[in-house]
Write a protein that binds this ligand. Sequence first.
Ligand code: ZN
Ligand code: MN
Length: 181
Amino acid sequence: MFSEHATRMTRQRKAILETLRSTKSHPTADWIYEQVRHQIPDISLGTVYRNLKLLKEQGEILELNYGSTFSRYDGNAANHYHFRCEECGRVFDVDLPVSCALEHELEAKTGFEVHSHRLEFYGLCSGCRRKRESALGAAGAQAAVNQAQSQEAAQEYAHGEQAGQPSHLALENQGAHGPRH
Ligand code: ZN
Ligand code: MN
């Protein structure tokens, strides 16, 4: 028989797991806590952490650890690769096959028995990339305007120097008539 306490524990864990599986965003424990509180208002952050640890040990979820920042959790426990945006911090699933060849290669090289591996890619997500490129584009356009203005000023100066000499247009016209004679 389940005690009332055990039933409550089960209900909490189920709510945490369902919340995590309902998103593709690889959330932090804090985010999960805020969501689960809508269903279970008196749940504590400590309970969320405890249950996440338990679910991880049971192989139901993955914990993604990014060094100094908070761990993120993944409701999909099957091995798959991730991409982390260095600008906005979002973590995306990567649609690439998990490479058994990599594990076999390491086994062959070392004599180790390889059970699994994790692979993470880092860079800019498409949204952040677009933002950066349009910022660079705006800076580039301004630089082009500045350059055009300084060229104009230089040309005005040159025209002043060459006053009285034949223009480029006149020289070109003479050249164009050349072959006819
Ligand atoms: Zn991003
Ligand atoms: Mn994932």
